[in-house]
Design a binder for this molecule. Structure first.
Ligand code: NOJ
Ligand code: MG
Length: 591
């Protein structure tokens, strides 16, 4: 192995440093709390806001900058709260508005910013607007807030087009009109109980501007925007036979996975846009985000942010969501979806910096969330296969040890890169997916709508283990948990890892402390000469070049020698006796 003396000027600059006074969100580490599963205060087996508030000091000590809360609004919970019945109130299962106020003020007191989830593509069918739409009948202004259409065929018996639901089955449901006759159909890209809004109707836009203001007034620091690429549908709602690409190709129902028709291929060819389904990433969405940006910028404290959940490819199209007058951030799902292979990881990193820098936005990094198999398990699966939508006992099981080894290395890469990172609750414990949950516990509508063909997302949503020898592993005061905790979870509990050298929790704490102290999130990035083959090696340097940190991951079979004089500050696993970096291990080293 050739050793190269590091020389920042000889390497290709991937990304220039940010100024030291950059706004908080350019380098924030944001911790996702899934409220149902983080901490339960009242023993009903469902996590809640008082539970979260009580444990916020844990996050201050972990060293994150902000939290993002998945939805806590009034909801019948058919999609775990992503089916909102009232955007201005808290579901009683989670608490009350005053609990939310206390959570926000407590977080602020601990130096943590708070992002909430905004779900603007659809409401719950229990929302007052949808109930009014059903009651008011065809042609009414109430129906015009949603996408109601006549059916096709004799008697309107067939749905208006062939769009599937992301969760499986048809994307349309027919209603029964007040006189008892079968009536119009409404579009729901997700569950039947999640009717899509019609964003061509100005009333919808006004309502969401007002919802943004409502939560800004309550002190939140920003919004994670659900299905940000879905709000506007192509005019005429044309049929589509291609993949629907939400949560990526492996997540869709089998029926939807047909190749594009001839006409569709021609259209794709003509527009040069790549396969862009008519329900996603229509140009009209950008007008919506410009308006929202203006709403946020008009607030007394104009440092609140919007982060897009947009499963959009290629990254140049995703970058449009974070142009300077639109959102601030977008989740980097390309990075999340990249297999454990050095070449693709380098490519994802290069493209992410290039496209975001083009529009002046910070790049984000993310490895896990409440919709995907946890990365400690995902990376222990066969990397030549697409990411599965959930794992059950009768399917290929991950290699837990390998998965965790790689997950720790992947995290070190993620946190070593400049930009903003998202950490999903439990990943700081190295928590694996629940892979053997009995089907009778499953709640994800995907599992039910596909009759079990898709396992769905329950496995990454299991309540967090805090204390090994306590009821519900310390999640709450009782034994109750809304999803069962696997036997293996006790060993990952916070009390088993806190203060234990080498534990995943201490690794995260130490990485976050160094990242903050060295302001690595604002650093520049260049390829180190060791990068290539099975090695990903980035130099993260401070703006003045005084600090240079090598972030290196070895994904190959042979151990890698570090450059002479490099001082290792962190390693995701033991190094070889001669200091070489073994397979699937990452290091941070000062140059
Ligand atoms: C994306 C969310 O992350 C997911 O959990 C939800 O099911 C869909 N959007 C629909 O709101
Ligand atoms: Mg509770």
């Amino acid at each position: 192995m050739t050793q190269t003396t590091p020389d920042a000027t000889s390497t290709e600059l991937l990304h220039a440093a940010d100024p030291a006074d950059a706004p908080w969100w350019r380098d924030a580490v944001i911790y996702q709390i899934y409220p149902r599963s983080w901490a339960d205060s009242d023993g009903d087996g469902i996590g809640d806001l008082p539970g979260i508030t009580a444990r916020l000091p844990y996050l201050r000590d972990l060293g994150v900058d902000a939290i993002w809360l998945s939805p806590f609004y009034v909801s019948p919970m058919n999609d775990a709260g992503y089916d909102v019945a009232d955007y201005r109130d808290i579901d009683p299962v989670f608490g009350s508005l005053s609990d939310a106020d206390l959570l926000i003020s407590t977080a602020h007191g601990l130096g943590l910013k708070v992002l909430v989830d905004l779900v603007p593509n659809h409401s719950s069918s229990e929302h007052e607007w949808f109930k009014a739409a059903l009651a008011a009948g065809p042609g009414s202004p109430e129906r015009a807030r949603y996408i109601f259409r006549e059916g096709k065929g004799p008697g309107g018996e067939e749905p208006p087009n062939n769009w599937p639901s992301v969760f499986g089955g048809e994307g349309w449901t027919r209603v029964t009109e007040a006189d008892g006759t079968p009536g119009e159909w409404y579009l729901h890209i997700f569950d039947t109980t999640q009717p899509d809004y019609d964003w061509n109707n100005p009333e919808v836009g006004d309502e969401f501007a007002s919802i943004l203001e409502f939560w800004c007034d309550r002190g939140v620091d920003g919004f994670r925007v659900d299905v940000a690429h879905g709000l506007v549908k192509e005019d005429g709602l044309p049929d589509w036979h291609g993949p629907i690409q939400l949560l990526d190709a492996s997540d869709m129902s089998a029926e939807a996975a047909l190749p594009p028709s001839h006409e569709e291929s021609a259209r794709i060819h003509e527009t040069g846009a790549g396969p862009r389904p008519p329900m996603w990433d229509q140009d009209g969405v950008h007008d919506i985000y410009r308006r929202w940006r203006a709403v946020l910028d008009a607030q007394p404290a104009p440092d609140r942010i919007l982060c897009a959940e947009a499963w959009v490819k290629p990254e140049s199209r995703l970058a449009k969501y974070v142009r300077s007058d639109e959102m601030h951030q977008a989740f980097n799902f390309d990075f999340l979806d990249t297999h454990w292979a050095a070449g693709p990881l380098r490519e994802s990193i290069t493209t992410s910096f290039r496209e975001n820098d083009n529009v002046g936005a910070p790049t984000t990094w993310v490895l896990s969330n409440h919709d995907v198999v946890r990365h400690a398990s995902r990376l222990g699966l066969d990397q030549s296969l697409p990411r599965p939508n959930g794992i059950s006992a009768d399917r290929a099981q991950p290699d837990a040890e390998l998965g965790l080894r790689r997950a720790r290395a992947a995290t070190m890469l993620m946190l070593g890169l400049p930009g903003s990172s998202y950490v999903y609750q439990g990943e700081e414990l190295g928590l694996p997916e629940s892979t053997d949950m009995p089907h009778e516990f499953r709640q994800d509508p995907t599992f039910h709508r596909t009759e079990g063909k898709e396992i769905g997302r329950d496995g990454c949503r299991v309540p967090i283990p805090w204390v090994r020898d306590a009821p519900s592993l310390g999640f709450g005061p009782s034994d109750a948990t809304w999803l069962p905790q696997p036997d293996s979870y006790g060993a990952y509990a916070v009390d088993q890892q806190a203060g234990v050298e080498g534990s995943t929790l201490e690794l995260y704490r130490s990485l976050l402390a160094t990242r903050r102290a060295d302001r690595m999130g604002l650093g520049s990035a260049s390829w180190h000469p060791l990068s290539g083959g099975d090695v990903v090696a980035v130099v993260n340097a401070s703006g003045d070049g005084a600090r240079q940190t090598l972030v290196l991951v070895n994904l190959g079979a042979d151990a890698v020698a570090l450059p002479e004089g490099a001082t290792v500050t962190h390693a995701s696993g033991p190094l070889a006796e001669d200091g070489m970096v073994p397979t699937d291990v990452a290091v941070w080293a000062r140059l």
